[in-house]
Design a protein around this ligand. Structure first.
Ligand code: COA
Length: 263
């Protein structure tokens, strides 16, 4: 299904679930330019593939989901390059947020800086018990630049976001769960299984309704309530033109399980 020959990521397909695996474990899956380009390419590939109904993003190994942007490139960065670097990264992560399919982050270790920002753009976050999360950019004298200041606050609120971004402290998975930064914490050995179970639920769901639900929810965080409500009505109405709504209603009436097909 995918372009072959990625250097820094892998794509694996398991039935109708696509796994995107960040694959620079010796660098704790730090996100360099090549990885960001390959990630963008992989996101386009899975978005276009009608056979993919859910995407899981994770990191290779048991140490890191991603320890963030590759700091080794920073010494040569000028303000102009930094602005471009920030905008490019924001665009890649926005592709995740705007993807028409549910995207799950399976956080298999450190999710720091850009690694956390990547996870924040996903719809759900499942973390391994030993994972540590944080926005340590302040310790380098900068701030998050790939959407962290904006998405973090929407997910965990201003108080928690200020603590993470302004203190730059790492928090453990159980605390991340308490503040709503992750949705579930599981032992490392169970992470893949749990992420797959959740992905399977989405993969069996009605794709068009899931797409509209994701869009309405994300859009609603950015617009006045009345605008969001109007959009909700329109999308809800549009869904009555799908065959999946017929399948859903028929299955309810006959007490069977609906087989949604995405049309
Ligand atoms: N960019 C580039 N390389 C990184 C990296 C990053 N963001 N994070 C880790 N690495 C590299 C390390 O330099 C090291 O490489 P080396 O073996 O060639 O020296 C390797 O990955 C392993 O990391 P190391 O620091 O030795 O592991 P550790 O267990 O001692 O510490 C961390 C783990 C995550 C606490 C530490 O690596 C760290 O603080 N990383 C940077 C996190 C960060 O600030 N991210 C935001 C960037 S804006």
């Amino acid at each position: 299904m995918s372009r072959t020959g990625y250097e820094t990521i892998k794509i694996e397909r398991e039935e109708n679930i696509a796994w995107i695996i960040l694959n620079r474990p010796h660098r704790l899956n730090a996100l360099n330019d090549v990885m960001m380009e390959e990630l963008a390419d992989a996101l386009i590939t899975v978005e276009k593939d009608p056979g993919v109904r859910c995407v899981v993003i994770t990191g290779e190994g048991d140490r890191a989901f991603s320890a963030g942007a590759d700091i080794t490139a920073f010494p040569k960065v000028t303000p102009v390059l930094a602005e471009e670097f920030s905008r490019k990264g924001q665009k890649v992560f926005t592709m995740i947020e705007e993807m028409s399919k549910p995207v799950i982050a399976a956080i298999n270790g450190y999710a720091l800086g850009g690694g956390l920002e990547l996870a924040l753009a996903c719809d759900f976050r499942i973390a391994s018990e030993h994972a540590e999360l944080g926005s340590p950019e302040i310790n380098l004298g900068i701030i998050p630049g790939w959407g962290g200041t904006q998405r973090l606050v929407r997910i965990v609120g201003l108080r928690n976001a200020k603590r993470l971004v302004m203190l730059g402290e790492r928090i453990k998975a159980d605390e991340a769960l308490q503040i709503g930064l992750v949705d579930k914490v599981v032992p490392f050995e169970k992470l893949r299984e749990e992420a797959k179970a959740l992905a399977k639920k989405f993969a069996e769901g009605p794709p068009i309704a899931l797409k509209y639900a994701k869009y309405a929810l994300n859009f609603g965080t950015q617009v006045p309530l009345e605008v969001g409500l109007r959009l909700e009505s329109s999308l809800m109405a549009l869904l009555f033109s799908t065959n999946d709504v017929k399948r859903g209603i028929e299955a309810f009436m006959s007490r069977s399980k609906p087989e949604f097909k995405g049309d």
